[in-house]
Structures are given as C-alpha cells and as structure tokens.
Design a protein around this ligand. Structure first.
Ligand code: 13P
Length: 253
C-alpha cells in the first residue's frame, strides 16, 4: 500500500527566528508520529539552516521550485544539483502560483521535473484547474494537459520517482476546500491517466491533495482511496495545525 506523505509549503513566509520556533514545535511533536512521512518545502535562503535542524529527525526537506538548467549564466536561479547539495529530498514543480504569476509553461514544468530527477530529487508535480475551468467542466482536460506534458517528455516510468499533487487553484488559500468526493474524483482521473501507460507505476504513485487543508478537514480528505496525503500551505505555518494534519495522515486507511 502507498505510504502517506504530508508536505508543508511555507511559500514566501517566515524569517530565521519564526522558522526556528516553528521547526522546534514541529520536531517536538513528531517524535510520536509513526506511519506517515512528513516534509517541509522552505524558501531558498532558509534551506541550509532548516537542513541542519531536520538532519537528525524524520522531517524531510524540500524546495519550492528550481531551474530547469543544470548550471551556467542564469542569474538568480537555483539548480537541482544545488538543492541536492543542500539535502533536499523533494522539490515542488509547477505550483499554480509559479504557473500563474511567473509564467511557467507546461513544457518548462516538464523540464524542471526532469532536472530534479537527474539530481536524485523527487519532484512533486502540482496540477489543478481554476474556478472558471471547473465551472466550464474543463477540470479533467486541464489536469490531463498538465500531466501529459510530463508524461510525453519524461515517460510514465518517471512517475515511479515522483509525487503528484492535485491543487485546485480555487481552493488555495481561500478557505474553500474541495469536497472529499471532488478530490477523490480528480485523483482517480489522474491515477487512471498514468495507468493507461504504466499500471504498476500508477498503483504506487502518491497523489497529494492541496488547497485549504486544515486540522478539521484533513482526516476526511485523506480517507479517500486515491488521496495519499496533503500539500499544506497556510496551516503548515502553525506547528500545532501542521502536526494535527500529519496525525490525520498517520491514521490507517
Ligand atoms: P493553502 O493550504 O494555504 O490553501 O495552500 C495550498 C498550497 O498551495 C500548498 O502548496
């Protein structure tokens, strides 16, 4: 059975002192957590300090984006090799904020996914539709287009070393969560899309849900058959909330 994963995404929040108390709180509460993998995706400047703090713990480290290039004259960019060097296990790829605010294309997202894997980092590929797309009944087309770009560039077998995250744009930071049925429906579509090409990889692929996951709704969402954990924004900035969500993921299916 697929093990669950709960990953925090701090986005562009935090500072050294706030991060220290947040991590202290999370690490203290993690000692009795079994049966769940937890990680945090932190802003680049805090990777080194976070890596040192989580080194002797079970909390995994991730980054929020990366360059598709390996090295060279790309001022301001950070390569997969650098993230691996800092101890990152995960990197978010194609988060909707990257797509919408920084113009990342499906092709570029696929190139970043490949770059992460070349450096031994597990990409967490984020897909999701906007409210207008959902209302136009285009959810499936949109998430398939986003996944297909990676399937075509990297092949279905590449998903054996990747995580998928369904994050409906209309549920991110809005307090409006997809119902557990809505999440399950899209997760099942996504798994079937991979299964069409490689059923073994699809069966083992972890598909996370993200979008206003809170301690009060995590258990219900995580109970769905094709939901294998969560990608947590706002609630990952509060140690008690993040831990409560991790605990919800730790309960047996
Ligand atoms: P919220 O949990 O704040 O809605 O953010 C979700 C998200 O974008 C995680 O990547």
């Amino acid at each position: 059975m697929r093990g669950r994963l709960v990953t925090g995404n701090w986005k562009m929040h935090g500072n050294r002192s706030a991060n220290a108390s947040l991590l202290d709180g999370v690490l203290a509460g993690m000692t009795d957590l079994a049966g769940i993998e937890c990680a945090v995706c932190v802003p680049f400047p805090y990777l080194a300090e976070t890596a040192a703090r989580v080194a002797s713990s079970k909390l995994g480290l991730g980054a929020q984006t990366l360059s598709e290039h390996e090295s060279g004259a790309y001022t301001g960019e950070v390569s997969a090799g650098m993230l691996a060097d800092m101890g990152c296990r995960y990197v978010l790829v194609g988060h909707s904020e990257r797509r919408a605010l920084f113009g990342e294309t499906d092709g570029q997202v696929a190139a970043k996914f490949a770059a992460a894997q070349r450096s031994g980092i597990t990409p967490i590929l984020c897909v999701g539709e906007t409210l207008a797309e959902r209302e136009a009944s285009r959810t499936r087309d949109v998430v398939f287009r986003q996944v297909d770009a990676v399937l075509e560039a990297c092949g279905a077998a590449s998903f054996a070393k990747a995580v998928l995250a369904y994050e409906p744009v209309w549920a991110i930071g809005t307090g409006r969560t997809a119902s557990s049925e809505q999440a399950q429906e899209v997760h099942a579509f996504l798994r079937s899309r991979i299964a069409d090409r490689d059923s073994g990889t699809a069966a083992n692929l972890r598909i996370l849900y993200g979008g206003s996951v809170k301690p009060g709704n995590a258990a219900e969402i995580f109970a769905m058959e094709d939901v294998d954990g969560g990608l947590i924004g706002g609630a990952s900035l509060v140690a008690g909330d993040f831990l409560a969500i991790c605990r919800a993921g730790a309960s047996p299916r």
